[in-house]
Write a protein that binds this ligand. Structure first.
Ligand SMILES: [Zn+2]
Length: 404
């Protein structure tokens, strides 16, 4: 397939007119100027971008997006847990997982790391939802054995995180302790053992009441981050959502373990959790990713999450931290593509280069191509800027159903 368009190779630079060729699941050739033949897709005024990657969200929480008014612990109890309980029915679980995948594709998200629920059938539901659509996904059945409704609490068993045999190749599993509040020491020990050489995803220090509760539940631990570290849960394949309320030592420990901090700016605002300290992350050279955290975040579109990241940094700078770094649109945009791909180990995604996965978006925004292009894309994003979606070399648009 030969595609014509301006190539968004580097968000810091104006995209040059050019073309690329896709063979099988990969980009096989790229060039500047006129395409070497009649293009099969694209046009001179189309932008070609790598697909977006979302480093943190919850498949079962799409139905409750936008349920405002509570802070984290009450919101979990009154809004999230009742929604997650519906996944006890495998038919509902599969239907919701399919709807979640459709929603992501509509917004151009072609890879993600997702929490499911604690049910034994959750991974099977996600597997079936991903059978027809090769969305690259790291997903985990949620481990929680206390501080929640009985219907969601499960003691871990040896096969707790096993993928069904029929799982599609682009689905990999993550050991997913919900957070220290809802996991006993036994559960975290189990997670640390099975997660030693695997993806691990959890939440850390999102909200002050949660931090205080962890202090009560783990009185011997010097801080929240050490709770996870003591069970071997912090390593290069660990994704730590939020990290809003961390002490200096905790930042240093995360940096030392090379774990990834997943900033979820919109969710932090929605639940009134606090202002993420991007400066600490930068000073400690912590690996950073960006997540929608649906359903605490309300937008599936990663450019809007990138905008929220900039908004939060501006808000911090204009109030409590006058020297705060405000990311440029190009920095934030790059996180939603290459940055998140690298954080999730999708090393051949999030980039336009020969040999990279053909997980691509064709965009036709009503915008001038000038130095503000990325800035305007990000600040005015609409999903209908997307006029084509290619995933593993396959056009997907006919498979995306109507808005539901
Ligand atoms: Zn979350």
């Amino acid at each position: 397939v030969l595609i014509q368009g301006r190539l968004l190779i580097d968000a810091e630079r104006l995209p040059e007119p050019g073309w690329l060729r896709v063979e099988g699941k990969r980009i096989s050739e790229m060039g500047q100027g006129e395409p070497p033949g009649k293009p099969d897709a694209g046009a001179a005024d189309v932008l070609i971008s790598p697909g977006f990657i979302d480093a943190h969200l919850h498949f079962p929480q799409f139905p409750i997006v936008g349920s405002d008014g509570l802070t984290l612990l009450d919101w979990l109890r009154h809004v999230v847990f009742p929604a997650e309980e519906t996944w006890a029915d495998p038919i509902i679980a599969e239907r919701q997982a399919r709807a979640a995948v459709q929603r992501l594709l509509r917004s151009g998200t072609l890879g993600c790391a997702a929490f499911l629920t604690s049910h034994a059938t959750a991974l099977a539901a996600a597997s079936r939802a991903l059978e027809d659509v090769p969305l690259r996904t790291i997903a985990g059945r949620v481990l929680m054995d206390r501080e929640g409704p009985d219907a969601l609490l499960q003691a871990p068993t040896p096969s707790f995180f096993d993928l069904p045999e029929s799982a599609p190749a682009r689905l990999s599993v993550a050991v997913t302790p919900r957070f220290a509040v809802s996991c006993s020491a036994d559960a975290l020990r189990f997670a640390g053992e099975v997660g030693r050489d695997a993806w691990v995803q959890t939440h850390l220090a999102e909200n002050l009441a949660e931090v205080e509760l962890v202090r009560c539940l783990f009185p011997d631990a010097p801080d929240y981050t050490t709770v996870y570290d003591a069970f071997g849960l912090l390593h290069r394949q660990t994704l730590l959502a939020h990290c809003v309320h961390l002490a200096e030592d905790e930042w240093a420990l995360i940096a030392k373990r090379q774990s990834v901090v997943v900033h979820c700016p919109q969710a932090n605002t929605f639940l009134q959790s606090g202002l993420f300290d991007l400066d600490q992350a930068r000073e400690h050279d912590v690996r950073l990713a960006l997540g929608s955290d649906i359903g605490a975040g309300c937008d599936a579109a990663m450019p809007r999450i990138a905008r929220s990241m900039i908004d939060v940094a501006k808000l911090r700078r204009s109030t409590v931290a006058p020297k705060a770094h405000v990311p440029t649109p190009a920095e934030a945009w790059t996180l939603t593509t290459r940055g998140n791909a690298e954080a999730l180990g999708f090393d051949d995604a999030g980039r336009l280069e020969i040999g990279a996965a053909a997980d691509l978006l064709l965009l036709r925004p009503p915008l001038e191509i000038d130095e503000y292009l990325i800035s305007r894309l990000l600040h005015t994003w609409e999903d209908d800027f997307i006029v084509g979606r290619l995933i593993a070399g396959r056009w997907l648009d006919s498979q995306i159903g109507p808005r539901s």
